[in-house]
Design a binder for this molecule. Structure first.
Ligand SMILES: Cc1cc2nc3c(=O)[nH]c(=O)nc-3n(C[C@H](O)[C@H](O)[C@H](O)COP(=O)(O)O)c2cc1C
Length: 335
């Protein structure tokens, strides 16, 4: 047993989430993390657009591989009608297939809350600071994914310690997302008071993740100084490994793009353009095996990642390390 608010709420064994990752989330990775006692999160666009599954079939495939719970990520940012319709459908399909845990990101999660609460599901939302948390919790969110300044994907600006200090008084479960690459940073996050952790980068360098070997090797070879934020992929700072290509094209959006991204009339169109561009770019990169003109997304957790492992072994290593030093009353360490 390893009890925190998150294991109780989600009915899982260990407070470890494999975060959604476009384009890295695939059914085998999601299922292996859930089967190992954590919880894997489906990224619906990655499953369908990158890995070529029909979403319902893919969720059934996950269920064949594990009977344990899994979750789904919905990026709720305003975008094209087509995208929004696909996301409505994704939530409906997931609910029909028995998924009851959703993680929303980048926008107003209200419509997801409405659909999911009707079916007694649980929703967490990504936040990077207190003012967003206040808004989202008023809409019925159950817990917060606290995205810090070390995260892969769209990083926050605050350290894990700063974020928990700001958010603790809300009294809801808090998940530390960012910077966790080994058992020591896992222990550190739980000792700071987080109820659980979400990892992305660590789970890319696994046997179950279908990313190409050169991407996994780049994660293993990188240290945290190699992680830079670029605005040139999605218009919002995104953590990537500094490669010669990234150095060549630079990391700042051009002056016109910056202007259009700030303007209230044009910013949604601009973000849509960036989204379509990055969706295509990452899809090509995954299918063509990667080239020197790649954006390899990763967080500063690369510092603690030194080998490709099985997801199950990573989870067991983290859990054993935590239990061997834990002195609380509620877990196996006392036995
Ligand atoms: C390659 C990559 C793709 C990601 N894609 C998404 C995504 O589609 N949706 C989302 O909410 N978060 C996304 N994230 C964020 C992760 O779910 C997770 O919060 C983050 O990776 C944690 O930081 P870490 O990489 O240091 O472990 C992505 C992260 C990475 C590394």
């Amino acid at each position: 047993m390893f009890r925190t608010r998150i294991t109780e709420l989600l009915g899982i064994e260990y407070p470890i989430i494999c975060g959604a990752m476009y384009p890295c989330s695939d059914p085998e990775l999601v299922a292996s993390v859930s089967e190992a006692g954590g919880i894997g999160i489906v990224q619906p666009l990655s499953f369908t657009y990158v890995h070529g599954y029909d979403l319902r079939e893919a969720l059934r495939y996950v269920k064949q591989m594990t009977k344990k719970p899994y979750g789904m990520n919905i990026i709720v940012e305003k975008s094209s009608r087509v995208y929004e319709r696909r996301m409505y459908e994704a939530v409906d399909i997931a609910l029909d297939e028995g998924c009851r845990f959703f993680i929303t990101a980048l926008g107003n999660p209200e419509w997801v809350v409405k659909k999911v609460k009707e079916r007694e599901g649980i929703i967490f939302h990504d936040v990077t600071e207190k003012k967003w948390a206040e808004k989202d919790l008023s809409k019925g969110i159950d817990g917060l994914i606290c995205v810090n300044n070390r995260a892969g994907g769209h990083a926050g600006t605050k350290t894990p310690a700063e974020l928990i200090a700001e958010l603790y008084d809300f009294g809801v479960p808090l998940i530390c997302a960012g910077g966790i690459g080994n058992e020591f940073s896992f222990i550190e996050a739980l000792n700071l008071g987080y109820d659980g952790i979400q990892m992305g980068t660590r789970f890319i360098a696994t046997q179950e993740c279908h990313e190409k070997d050169n991407y996994k090797k780049a994660i293993i070879d990188a240290n945290e100084r190699d992680i830079v934020l670029t605005e040139r992929v999605t218009g919002v700072p995104l953590s990537v490994i500094r490669t010669p290509y990234v150095e060549h094209v630079g990391t700042r959006a051009g002056p016109i793009a910056r202007f259009l991204l700030k303007n209230r009339w044009t910013k949604h169109w601009m973000r849509l353009w960036y989204t379509l561009y990055s969706v295509r770019k990452f899809k090509n990169m995954t299918q063509k095996g990667g080239s020197t003109k790649d954006y390899w997304q990763a967080g500063k957790s690369v510092a603690g990642i030194h080998s490709i492992e099985k997801a199950e072994d990573i989870i067991q290593k983290f859990v054993n390390a935590y239990l061997s030093q834990c002195e609380c009353e509620s877990c196996e360490c006392k036995k």
